[in-house]
Structures are given as structure tokens and as C-alpha cells.
Write a protein of this length. Structure first.
Length: 391
């Protein structure tokens, strides 16, 4: 999965910034690799930044857990991906590799805190000039209860909310949105001044074109996991059918362990004929679907931003999204879409967008304009700037 080529101007800006800071080699520690079957927005974000840094001449190593059936090391778009250790062992082996020098000389360390942290500040990095930052997209909070047994969920909550924050008290944190920053400060009790905001980008492939679906089409995109709450999308579309939008259809793109539950719900609501669960989509298929959609539904309970909102927006498709941190920045309320605080409001707002062509056109233009401000070039430069500032 690769995006647009890195431009010469972009390379020069990044290279100049890195050269001024003496930043030559960076290790990125992440839970999962881009090739992992459960990879999502966090992995895409890391890839887009890493390949741009690498294109500017920085030697980038991304160290993650192993990927079943895939080689341990691969070169991808200019950076080295090292995928070894089990799903949980990686939180010990990755920082140990970096701290011991097993990954070579390092000028910068990026730790991606995705639920479970690597506890980077507690490790002694070789070289007193190693710069270190942590990317934290959002607090996981109730997500632990949605994916783990009660005992393990309690452990996860304890680590995230009580044990990790003191370790990161003096660390530079980068997050995706102002609303996520506010939540991180409030829930993890970190200092506001240590948390920087650098929004994600949108690949240029996401652009207007083609024709809208002749029938009202609601689209949702993401891994089929509990946190995405796609059951709410299916229920909302079924209710719209009963409320006077008899031809509304829905496509939920993605794969995951929630598929049996979602298929059962679809069947119980008699929605088999108008709710599709086609699995994963190739990039060009996803672009075509965004362009055909009348509205995107984003119903997650936790997001750092909500990248599907911006991807759809770049294609001229407005969103109705759950009112959560992250979405509160990705959606400009009443301008590029709407935020919903309840099931009733979700159904009502979807109905508003579907039923009012003038409103839909206005939201569509504003969504395109908003998405045009988001580029991976800005993301790569902004995240590198924070790393270079950290001594």
C-alpha cells in the first residue's frame, strides 16, 4: 500500500530540518506493521510519515511485532520494517533492541503508544543526544472492556490511566487533534504544554469524481471490531427504512472478528437485501465507493481523528459521526457534516443529509475544502519538527 510520490520540495524541507538537528537515523516502535491483518489508521499514519522521512534521507527503521506468514524484515518505500516478536512480547523486545544498540546507532526514537505503551522513558537509550517523542492518538479508556476479559481489561486500564502517565510526565507527546489533546491532558493528567497536535493527512487519490448512487447510500469504513460500533450504523439504516426512506442502502467496508455478530444483526432486522458487508476494498474501490455515497457514517466510541471522515470528505461526501474526541476536529459541526450524541440523533442527522439535496451540496463543498487542508506532507513535517525540537 503506497500513496503519492514524495516531491522534491517536500524532501528538501524535511532534509533541511533533519540536518539542522543532526537527525540521521530514527527508530519507530509500533505495535503492528502495515501488513498486519488488523492494521488500521495508526499503522497507515506511521507508514505515510516514515516513507516521507526516508525520502528525505533519514534512515528509518520501524520495529513491530511479527506478521504471520511474512518475512521478518522488508524494505518498504525507503524504510526498513523489522517485524519480530509476539503480539505482546514486542513491548519488551522492541525497546530492548533500541536501548542495547541492536538496531544500530540511533539519533531519534518514536514510540507509538497504541493502548499499551512501550514505557520508552524508562529505558536508557545509548547516546545522550537521542531525541525521543511519543505518538498517542487517543486514550483507550472503555475500549479495554470491549476487547478483553474483565481481568485483562482492568489491567489495561490500570496501565494506561495510572501506571504509564507518571513515566511519561516529562515526555513530548504528539496527537492528532485538539479534542484528543484535551482528553489526554484531562484523563492522563499530562501537562498541556508537552502535548503537540499534528493532524493526519489525506492521500491525493481521494478526490471528487464519478456519479452518486441513484439510491441514497450510507457508507461506513473500518475494521469490524467493537470500538467502531457498526451495529449502530446497521440499526440506523434499518430505522431510516421504516421512517420513510424506503430505498436507502448501506455498505460497510472492512473485515474483523465482529463479522458474525454484524451479519446476525443484519439478518434479524431483515436488512440482508440493503446492507452489504463486502469485506476489505482495494484503494481504487474505496475511492469509487466514497464518491458514490451520499453520506459517511462514523460511529466509533474512540478515535484520534477519524481518517475515513477526511477521506470521504476529500471525495465530496459529508459525514455524520459520533460526538467524540477526534471526530470533533475531523467534522466541522454543521459545515462539513454533523456530530451525533445518541442513536436517535444519528438516525435524525442521516435523514437530514439524505433528505435535503441543498444541504448535502453545501456540506459536500465544505468537506472537500476542509480535506484539502490535510496533507501527509504537513504531517511528516510537523511530526519531524517536534522530534527535532526534543533534546
Amino acid at each position: 500500500m503506497t500513496g503519492a510520490a514524495v516531491t522534491g520540495d517536500e524532501r528538501e524541507r524535511l532534509a533541511a530540518l533533519a540536518a539542522r538537528a543532526g537527525l540521521r537515523r530514527v527508530v519507530v516502535m509500533a505495535w503492528r506493521d502495515l501488513d498486519d491483518p488488523e492494521a488500521g489508521g495508526s499503522e497507515l499514519h506511521a507508514h505515510e510519515v516514515a516513507r516521507r522521512w526516508a525520502g528525505a534521507g533519514i534512515e528509518v527503521v520501524v520495529r513491530t511485532s511479527s506478521v504471520a506468514g511474512e518475512p521478518e524484515e522488508i524494505e518498504r518505500d525507503g524504510y526498513l520494517a523489522i517485524r519480530r516478536s509476539g503480539r505482546y512480547q514486542v513491548f519488551f523486545t522492541a525497546p530492548a533492541d533500541a536501548a542495547s544498540g541492536r538496531l544500530g546507532a540511533v539519533d531519534g526514537i518514536v514510540e507509538i503508544w497504541n493502548g499499551m505503551p512501550f514505557f520508552g522513558p524508562a529505558w536508557g537509550w545509548r547516546g545522550h543526544r537521542v531525541r525521543r517523542v511519543t505518538w498517542l492518538h487517543h486514550v483507550h479508556a472503555e475500549m479495554w472492556q470491549m476487547v478483553l476479559t474483565p481481568r485483562l481489561a482492568k489491567l489495561g486500564e490500570t496501565v494506561e490511566l495510572r501506571l504509564a502517565p507518571p513515566v511519561y510526565r516529562r515526555s513530548r507527546i504528539v496527537t492528532l487533534s485538539c479534542s484528543s489533546r484535551a482528553e489526554i491532558v484531562a484523563m492522563l493528567k499530562l501537562r498541556p504544554g508537552q502535548v503537540s497536535v499534528v493532524p493526519p493527512g489525506v492521500d491525493p487519490r481521494y478526490s471528487p469524481g464519478g456519479r452518486r448512487s441513484p439510491a441514497p447510500l450510507v457508507v461506513a469504513v473500518g475494521r469490524l471490531v467493537p470500538v467502531k460500533r457498526f451495529d449502530r450504523v446497521i440499526s440506523a439504516v434499518a430505522e431510516l427504512r421504516h421512517r420513510g426512506v424506503p430505498d436507502v442502502e448501506c455498505v460497510i467496508v472492512g473485515e474483523g472478528r465482529e463479522r458474525p455478530f454484524l451479519e446476525a444483526l443484519r439478518h434479524s432486522l431483515g436488512a440482508d437485501s440493503y446492507v452489504q458487508l463486502p469485506g476489505r476494498a482495494a484503494p481504487e474501490e474505496l475511492v469509487a465507493l466514497y464518491r458514490r455515497a451520499w453520506v459517511l457514517a462514523a460511529t466509533s466510541v474512540r478515535e484520534g481523528w477519524g481518517m475515513t471522515v477526511s477521506e470521504a470528505g476529500a471525495c465530496g461526501t459529508p459525514a455524520v459521526a459520533s460526538r467524540i474526541a477526534g471526530h470533533e476536529d475531523a467534522v466541522v459541526e454543521g459545515e462539513t457534516g454533523f456530530l451525533a450524541s445518541s442513536r436517535h440523533e444519528l438516525v435524525s442527522r442521516l435523514g437530514d443529509v439524505i433528505g435535503d439535496e441543498g444541504l448535502r451540496a453545501r456540506l459536500s463543498k465544505a468537506a472537500r475544502d476542509r480535506a484539502s487542508e490535510l496533507t501527509w506532507e504537513k504531517t511528516a513535517f510537523g511530526t519531524l519538527q517536534v522530534l527535532c525540537e526534543e533534546a
